[in-house]
Design a protein around this ligand. Structure first.
Ligand code: CA
Length: 733
């Protein structure tokens, strides 16, 4: 089986077609499930019963003393160090067998669920897809209010990786959410009413927000995504009380002819070539990780990939391209640059350094060191001195092929020959989804271990036949056809066991593996570790599991009825410890790798599930499964047209509808679409925005009618392939 035919490097573009009469079970009008189990309460706003009580009364002193009230989970990573370690221990390795479902709350969406819930002053604040915020009574799950920012669903075409949101921040009676369309919104924590909202990006550009804000000393910090499409990355700080912007730090330089915002940009510009600023802006979005050291007064954040991925196109002649794929430290009051460490100089593989950053004080060579730890996409685990960014150690946490090791003298990776796929295409591990993606890891001061949700598979990278920068759609600068799946089903099946995912316990002191649990495939949930010697993780195949933190033994599990990608949290109310996780399958892997999504990941039944000792709640049965019914029209197009459609599909449609037109069924599988029979109808959907209210934006500004027809011809070809497979007819190579 040629590895060279494995997965596609093309992430992206987003045709979130929701087609009528398409074969899966969701309601054709809305794309939502026709009949899920219990429905959530109607989204209404209402005040809390006890309006006199403080709500979300989070401030600097309280956040700094978070360990003094382990019953709360007041910020994204629980504390500014983002360790996701809870000192609570009533649920422990002995009692966990008595853990049961206390309550659940249905989100009623089929799109991805990635949020970490915030729990403070008895209230849980969490988010579902489309940046919708819910406030719930943390003890009972009683619905308090819902805020829907009414995102224009056509905006999803500017998202690489589903309509997801990773959660809110709380501060002095307000709750802040970064909205998918680039707004930052401040809500009254008691009522869900909007106090202020501000556009943090130019709404005309393909920026999105999926990450959770953080708040430091009254400043709300928020970044954005969009580097697959063409944007210039930055992170901004807004005053929590007014929404006024306090500072903005760009991560890549603009056009040098226009001058530089600061000395850091002047320095960064020395590491770029060509006209990256005319190719969308260079990328470098700050779409997830942040951490804060109050003693050093440093804010750390991770920076993403370049636009396009391929440095040959982005910066001809080379260069490190600062601050792509870097960890950057700035002053939180001013945004002033302090230090950086670049994990992947001159990145060319979508190797972001936006992955979770954890701060800890650990013993190295007999000395306690203030460290920063990250396992970015590129497959190396880094331990840095967080006072000045010095590299203390680095080792690969999965088997990688793009580099041999990190040179400790220079602090730079030593790349493998040919890894930049300049002269010939190449299968590279990790893939563009990384050895670790956004799913948070956790660190236990008790065991000294870091618990990493690992991805382990390759992607194929190659030069495009020709690169034309297309504003507003995917611009990876790699060949979608080279990144596609093999035609022969036997070859596709041979790839399946190579698509791996595991829970890895990593010892940062020795840079070595402590233990691992191999899962049934990639894209499992973020992790939580507790003082009860427990690691909690949800899985792609629909389980919520407690492992022993020291050994990785499976101690308890609960069937979630759907794949889990979000991380769990734990909190305590009136002496009772709760463990809560948002379930619901989605995100990049779920969309792109339809061929390799596990059947147990679906259907997407998105909920908050909250557990406590002695509870025995049951979930209602799920009575629908998404399927594809193939009923394609005859193949009448020329093979050359089908092939042109293949290339266009891989570049423009694949990021949402799946590699080789095999959908992960989070959104409809085009091979089952009734629109395949109707050229005019197909054109109305693809180019005229007939279904834009459902998320299928118009691509009329990007492709011609002839190109849209070529895509239809390709999907018809693939529908016949699917039909023949389903009916057991042999498929020729
Ligand atoms: Ca990316």
């Amino acid at each position: 089986m040629p590895l060279s035919k494995i997965t596609a490097p093309v992430l992206v573009l987003i045709l979130s077609l929701v087609l009528p009469a398409c074969s899966s079970e969701p309601d054709p009008a809305t794309g939502e499930p026709a009949a899920t189990a219990a429905q959530p309460p109607a989204p209404v706003s209402m005040p809390l019963d006890d309006t006199a009580a403080a709500v979300a009364a989070v401030d600097t002193l309280r956040l700094l003393a978070a360990d003094a009230e382990p019953g709360s989970w007041m910020s994204y990573g629980r504390t500014y160090s983002e360790q996701r370690y809870s000192p609570l221990n009533k649920v422990d390795a002995k009692t966990v067998s008595d853990l049961g479902l206390a309550w659940s709350f249905d989100f009623n969406t089929t799109r991805g669920i990635e949020a970490t819930s915030i729990v403070v002053d008895g209230v849980m604040y969490t988010t579902s897809s489309w940046s919708i915020v819910h406030a719930l009574d943390a003890r009972t799950g009683k619905h308090l209010w819902t805020y829907d920012p009414q995102v224009n669903k056509a905006k999803v075409k500017h998202g690489c990786c589903d309509a997801v949101n990773r959660g809110v921040a709380a501060w002095e009676g307000q709750v802040f959410v970064g909205v998918f369309d680039g707004r930052l919104v401040a809500l009254d924590a008691a009522t869900g009413k909007v106090n202020w909202e501000v556009a943090t990006v130019d709404p005309a550009l393909p920026y999105t927000i999926t990450g959770a804000p953080r708040v430091i000393d009254g400043k709300v910090l928020i970044g954005n995504g969009g580097a697959e499409f063409g944007v210039r990355g930055f992170i901004s700080a807004y005053a929590a009380d007014s929404g006024k912007m306090v500072w903005r730090f760009y991560t890549v330089p603009g056009d040098p002819k226009l001058g530089f915002e600061n000395k850091a940009m002047e320095m960064a510009a020395q590491t770029w070539n060509g006209k990256w600023y005319d190719l969308g802006g260079g990328g470098g979005t700050v779409w997830d990780a942040m951490a804060y050291d109050p003693e050093l007064d440093l804010l750390y954040f991770g920076v993403g990939n370049g636009t396009p991925w391929n440095r040959e196109i982005r910066s001809p002649g080379g260069g490190d391209n600062l601050f792509l794929s870097s960890i950057v430290a700035v002053r939180p009051a001013t945004g002033e640059y302090v230090w950086h460490y670049q994990t992947t100089p001159g990145e060319s593989w979508d190797y972001t350094a936006t992955q979770h950053i954890i701060l800890a004080d650990i013993e190295l060579d007999g000395k306690t060191r203030k460290v920063l730890m990250q396992a970015p996409k590129n497959g190396f685990f880094y331990v840095l001195d967080r006072t000045d960014g010095t590299l203390l150690s680095a080792n690969n946490y999965i088997d990688i092929t793009w580099a041999t090791h990190v040179d400790m003298e220079t602090g730079r990776p030593v790349e493998a020959e040919g890894a930049r796929y300049i002269d010939s295409p190449l299968a590279v591990t990790p893939s563009y989804l990384g050895g670790h993606n956004w799913h948070p890891m956790s660190f236990s001061p008790q065991t000294g271990l870091v618990y990493i949700p690992v991805l382990d598979f390759a992607a194929n990278y190659g030069q495009p036949e020709e690169f034309v920068y297309r504003p507003g759609v995917a611009n990876t600068g790699t060949s979608g056809i080279i990144g596609s799946l093999p035609d022969a089903q036997a070859e596709r099946d041979a790839i399946r066991p190579l698509m791996k995912g595991r829970l890895l316990a990593w010892d940062p002191r020795t840079q070595s593996e402590a233990w691992r649990v191999e899962h049934n495939g990639p894209w499992n949930g973020g992790t939580l570790v507790t003082a009860g010697n427990l690691v909690f993780q949800g899985t792609a195949d629909g389980k919520f599991v407690a492992f022993s933190a020291d050994k990785g033994e499976t101690l308890w599990e609960f069937p979630t009825q759907t794949g889990v990608v979000a991380p769990a949290v734990t909190y305590e109310i009136d002496g009772e410890q709760y463990v809560s996780v948002n379930v619901g399958w989605g995100g990049a892997y779920a969309l792109v790798f339809g061929e390799y999504v596990q059947s147990d990941s679906m259907p997407n039944v998105s909920r908050v599930l909250t557990f406590k000792l002695g509870a025995d709640g049951k979930l209602p049965e799920v009575n629908w499964r998404p399927t594809v019914v193939f009923n394609p029209p005859p193949r009448v197009a020329q093979e050359a047209v089908e092939h042109e459609g293949f290339g266009l599909y891989q570049d423009i449609c694949m990021g949402c509808h799946g590699l080789n037109a095999v959908s992960g069924l989070i959104i409809p599988d085009l091979r089952g679409s009734a629109w395949l029979h109707d050229a005019d109808g197909w054109n109305s959907v693809v180019r005229e925005g007939l279904l834009s209210k459902n998320g299928m934006a118009s691509f009329g500004g990007h492709i011609t009618r002839e190109e849209s027809e070529a895509i239809r011809a390709y999907v018809i070809q693939q529908a016949w392939r699917g039909k023949e497979l389903q009916e057991g007819v042999a498929i020729g190579d």
